[in-house]
Design a protein around this ligand. Sequence first.
Ligand code: AMP
Length: 476
Amino acid sequence: MVEGYSVGIDLGTTNSAIAAVTGDEPEIIPNSDGERTTPSVVMIDDNDETVVGQAAANQAVSNPDRTVQHIKRHIGDEDYVVDIGDEEYRPEQISALILTRLLADGESYLGRDVDSAVITVPAYFGDAERQATRSAGEIAGIDVEHVMTEPTAACLAYGLQETAQSDDAESHDKRHVFVYDLGGGTFDATLVEIDLEHNHIEVQNTDGDRQLGGEDWTQRIVDHLADIAQEEGGVDVAGDHEQEQRLYDAAVRAKHDLSNREQTEITVPYLGPDYNLETTLTREEFQDLTEDLLDRTVDNVDELFDRADMGVDDVDEVLLIGGATRMAQVADTVEDYFGTEPLRSVNPDEAVAMGAATQAELMSSGGDTTADDVLPGDEDLLLVDVTPQPIGIELHDGTFAAVVDQDEKVPIEESDDRFTTVMDDQTGVRFPIYQAPPRRPRTTPNSARWSSRASPKRPPANRPSRSTSRSSPTGP
Ligand code: AMP
């Protein structure tokens, strides 16, 4: 019996990619349009027929109410639903439709069934987002063998590339790689130790922002264009989905253009009955409009190094991953920060899917590839992740006590925290378990309620500082 294939899938906010190991190496599987990435856009028509990818993106202007984009920004949010016609769709159902398209493209390219996959998520995703991503795979009818973090997958692809390009023993030395991953909707900063001699890829520290990505840069241009339209033509596009979508498309084009040019012309005809928007945006203006967004990524990197056991100077290589790292200011900022030019050899759009495909091949029962076929060491591949946020319990006074800190290596074998009851003769305790909420107050519901127990580590800047008292779990 021919076993089904196991593939690697980078399920992105803006674009997704699928790869598989064919022969000895991973390769990106082009979609049925011949493209190596597929827009993560879904259109569901009046007859419940779905269209996914570029064709859906093309209809976003004419059919904005039935088109869903950037669903990854909501994955894991229990309260979020998309209303299309009379139907409600959960984020994992929309994500499953994207996966279904990728899998169909994979099956037609490989000429075999695809029955399992490794799907990637940002390192900074919490448990809810990871579980919802896994559910999306299950809804799409595949066995999700592993939910792998994007920087780990990128480092695996980088390790493979290093191996392919050099037999030099020195290139297999242990090294520290910093992965700056700015996708469409998320930012991950990850410090990874790669030991190619022993096939070990160990995340050391991770930080990031689940609500910061290239789409925020686009939105700044959209807002800028909307202001011009208002001032020049008295046109207010707010609430007009079709015109908003046209501004969005123009903003994306301008943003991409500015990655290669110093200025770009933007034209949106008939934005109002008598108004055509025509303007020029320079790279400098764009950088001014978005400076604070880039600063937020730098803050995350600073916070990571505040916790790390090593300094910026100990980083050997810097990898840029995610389409938004093509913006000129990103590479410049990263280069200034680390004092070294980021590596350009790893394709920012494809590395994650390629790494995931390698892991899928190594994990799948049907795969006959072993780690020493693809990596220099002869040991099994060992991938170690860390907890992206602290995990803890709610105490009787409503505060949060971290039991597992951020950046603990997974799996965690034990924790020696002790908690007491709050009353004499108490017969039971209730201790809800939480993964700490996002640290930024604007995305943190009830942030005032949260604080955590004493810890030797410095508290991240925008989380309430840790109290030194030890209190007990919630009462009976
Ligand atoms: P990803 O999810 O990694 O595909 O990243 C998608 C994000 O990268 C989107 O916000 C894109 O607009 C952005 N992006 C892709 N190509 C470029 C480019 N050439 N210049 C600037 N941003 C880009």
